[in-house]
Design a protein around this ligand. Structure first.
Ligand code: HEC
Ligand code: HEC
Length: 400
């Protein structure tokens, strides 16, 4: 047996009990399941050939030790103030790292303001969260830790101090950084590295094994111009993946800028007419100002990737739709005429000189029941089981 293959687990176990004994207010870890670390450090090779085979990531090699540390952090309930919630509590591997709830539950059992997002292909995104408030992965990963509803840990300093008390981190940090110094910056780097390793590009769509029904669904998808927003190989309008580029923002059907906003940024968003007036305004005025939207718009939300979408319901920023059929019905006949409705969802007419003119009413797709079922089938073929089952992304702790 290789020396480093098995990591010492009793230390971890006693570590968890020990740290929780330190604080009277913490619940008995037994309540949430005692966790035992079973990660054979370093044996899950993030660097295997062909792993990062998307052209945009050429040169980006996942650092195995860093990602391994990130994996332990992602699944460790010690990141929450109460020791009851890990990142993975709201981001489940079998659901492409979303959680199946309309709104998630934080460390106090309180509901989050928005629906948990799936996590994969994150390096292909320029911006993060439903309202696109963060521009970098490393910058955003500690937000949930400090979030008052999500994990409630006051500061990266406090988190670092707490992790120092847990024996297995000393070795994991040493392997990743060459010394066992623990600080917020290192924690962010490791979490970002693990999340960056969660690439998804081996669905049946990618392997070109679509059934006739799924092929028909793909045609419905193209005809309904879903790709004007969910375009590119990542189905979120990031043109980084070539192929399947059906009208990306910038070059697409909607004109030089695609949507109703007056710019062309990496990381796309739209108001899709869910309501006449949004109780959650979406992208903040500050953010809009920062990226150069002149007049503040309401209801701008991130365009999510449609990969793995069959696993990530309920849907939309507030989880209002239970099923893919509900979503399709929205686009088919439910889009509301919001003043900031994205023009890619307006009726349009092509004038004799070839220019497109938009009519002030939401587009109706008039899909048949068969079309809708075919479209659901196509979306389901975007599921990638490597992502949802590979041990390298799985829980390194065993619940006893
Ligand atoms: C209590 C549930 C909960 C926990 C715990 C949690 N998240 Fe999330 N996560 C969410 C919700 C809800 C959103 C969407 C929030 C928003 O847009 O305002 C989200 C969004 C994200 C996104 C953005 C994805 C995208 O496409 O923009 C990433 C990445 C992420 N979380 C990673 C993490 C990490 C890393 C941790 C642990 C440090 C974590 N989450 C802990 C609920 C949670
Ligand atoms: C104008 C751009 C645009 C077009 C066109 C568009 N979408 Fe979307 N889509 C979005 C945005 C933005 C969201 C998130 C909205 C929110 O949560 O407020 C979304 C969300 C979704 C979701 C939910 C994903 C999740 O994880 O919650 C699905 C499924 C979806 N769209 C499918 C489609 C299909 C199918 C079509 C074509 C019939 C389509 N979309 C056309 C922009 C668009």
């Amino acid at each position: 047996m290789k020396k480093a293959t098995y990591f010492l687990f009793t230390a971890c176990l006693s570590g968890i009990i020990w740290t929780s004994c330190q604080r009277e207010s913490l619940p008995d870890p037994g309540a949430s399941g005692l966790m035992e670390l079973e990660l054979p450090v370093g044996v899950y090779d993030f660097n295997q050939p062909g792993y990062n085979n998307s052209s945009s990531l050429k040169g980006k090699v996942i650092n195995n030790d860093l990602a391994t540390l990130g994996r332990v952090l992602f699944y460790d309930k010690a990141l929450s103030v109460s020791h009851t919630i890990a990142c993975a509590s709201c981001h489940h591997q079998e659901r492409a790292f979303s959680d199946g709830l309309t709104l998630s539950r934080g460390f106090m059992g309180e509901e989050t303001a928005r629906n948990s997002m799936a996590i994969f292909n994150m390096p292909l995104n320029g911006t993060y969260f439903w309202d696109l408030r963060r521009d970098g992965l490393k910058e955003m990963v500690l937000d949930p830790v400090q979030h008052l509803v999500e994990m409630g840990t006051e500061s990266p300093q406090l988190l670092a101090a707490k992790l120092k008390e847990i024996p297995y981190y000393s070795e994991l940090f040493s392997r990743a950084f060459g010394s066992d110094d623990i600080n917020g910056d290192r924690i962010s780097l490791a979490l970002a590295e693990f999340i960056s390793a969660m690439m998804s590009n081996s669905s049946r769509f990618d392997n070109r094994t679509l059934t006739p029904q799924e092929e028909r669904g793909q045609t419905v998808f193209l005809n309904a111009q879903c790709g004007n927003c969910h375009g590119g190989r990542n189905f979120n309008n990031m043109s980084i993946f070539e192929g399947f580029a059906v009208g990306n923002r910038g070059g697409g059907w909607g004109g030089s800028n695609g949507g109703n906003t007056n710019l062309n940024i990496a990381g796309d968003f739209a108001n899709i007419g869910l309501d006449y007036s949004y109780s959650d305004p979406g992208m903040t005025p500050e953010k809009q100002n920062e990226i150069g939207i002149a007049e503040v718009e309401q209801g701008l939300f991130k365009i999510p990737s449609l990969r793995n979408v069959a696993l990530t319901g309920p849907y939309m920023h507030d989880g209002r739709f239970k099923t893919l059929m509900d979503v399709i019905n929205h686009y088919d006949h439910g889009v509301k005429m919001h003043t900031n409705l994205d023009r890619r969802l307006l009726e349009s007419v092509v004038l004799p000189n070839g220019t497109i003119e938009f009519v002030d009413k939401p587009r109706r797709l008039n899909l048949s029941q068969f079309d809708k079922e075919d479209l659901v089938a196509f979306l389901t073929a975007l599921t990638d089981e490597t992502l949802t089952t590979h041990p390298r992304f799985s829980n390194p702790f065993q619940t006893k």
